[in-house]
Design a protein. Structure first.
Length: 307
């Protein structure tokens, strides 16, 4: 059903509340950025809401045509940025993806009660209309209104059933106790996320988080070139190899047990480089030295995937 949001702050004709939120492409995006090139359609969503997933899947095909027409399409997730990126990727939604942290001040400013809520923003950042829940007819009208403003034909939204579906409560309406429960259960599992991206076969890995890579580098220059990597001949750096091979963990062991330590030596290569015992049990400084020796002798070929 199409209707204004509950708060007067985002009623039709009023200027939409300003915001500045982190984007999955890096940096932050604000209200004025969204409407800089013309009107914009802004969706509020959350990972836990099936109706939000439905809406993103069904709006995903019109992102490109709207962009070409000069109409922006963005989603604000009431979730951490990594969760927002994963859900958008699963829905094949390629519009602007933003995330707002608890206590969801942006959602509160827009007076949200239910998700998804879709807001049409005019060029002057005023609210031109709102649709709550999944309502294909109302959303088609909203998209048509945006395209009329730029003199472009409106792309069609699928008429596949269900044509309407009620949404879910916005997290901004939760009390503190409920919010704490949702947040503790909603964090993305690193290993599941890497498996879904096709980066692993599901066996345990060490996810290369920024803190782990920084700890591994220990003050060394992460941009120091270690050579060129075919076929693209891009430069390999200590940071990149550490990130890819082991997530910077000197004790890492591959699922088969064959490759060990920060640089994932096999025992034969480790011994050939002058090492003894288990590479994963060796001091990190020794692993660095053996890897540097191997690099000098064989270039990046010992690391065919990560080198």
């Amino acid at each position: 059903m199409s209707r204004p949001a509950a708060s007067g702050a985002s009623t039709a004709g009023a200027r939409a509340p300003s915001f500045e939120l982190p984007s999955t492409t890096g940096g932050s995006v604000g209200l004025d950025d969204l409407v800089a090139g013309g009107p914009a359609v802004l969706i509020f969503a959350a990972e836990e809401c099936p109706t939000c997933a439905l809406a993103l899947r069904r709006l995903a095909p019109i992102v490109g045509p709207l962009r070409d027409a000069g109409v922006g399409l963005a989603v604000v997730f009431e979730d951490p940025l990594d969760v927002a990126a994963r859900v958008a990727r699963e829905a094949r939604f390629t519009g602007t993806v933003l995330a707002e942290p608890a206590p969801y001040d942006t959602s509160r400013a827009y007076g949200l009660e239910s998700l998804p809520t879709t807001v049409l923003l005019d060029r002057d950042a005023s609210v031109a209309g709102t649709v709550v829940g999944w309502d294909a007819a109302a959303l088609s009208a909203l998209v048509g209104q945006a395209c009329d403003a730029v003199g472009a034909p409106a792309p069609g939204i699928t008429d596949e059933a269900p044509r309407t579906k009620p949404g879910c409560a916005a997290k901004s309406t939760y009390d503190e106790e409920m919010l704490a429960l949702v947040e503790s259960a909603g964090a993305a599992d690193e290993m599941d996320d890497m498996f879904e991206r096709g980066w692993t076969d599901g066996l345990p890995v060490v996810p290369p988080t920024r803190s782990r890579v920084d700890a591994m580098l220990g003050g060394r220059d992460p941009q120091q070139s270690l050579g060129e990597v075919p076929p693209g001949m891009g430069e390999a750096t200590l940071e990149r190899i550490a990130d890819c091979e082991s997530g910077g963990d000197p004790t890492a062991i591959s699922p088969t047990g064959q490759y060990r330590g920060k640089y994932q030596f096999d025992r034969e290569t480790w011994q050939r480089m002058g090492g003894s015992g288990d590479p994963a049990a060796a001091p990190e400084a020794e692993q660095d030295a053996r890897a540097a020796k191997l690099l000098a002798e064989a270039g990046t070929s010992p690391w065919p995937v990560c080198g």
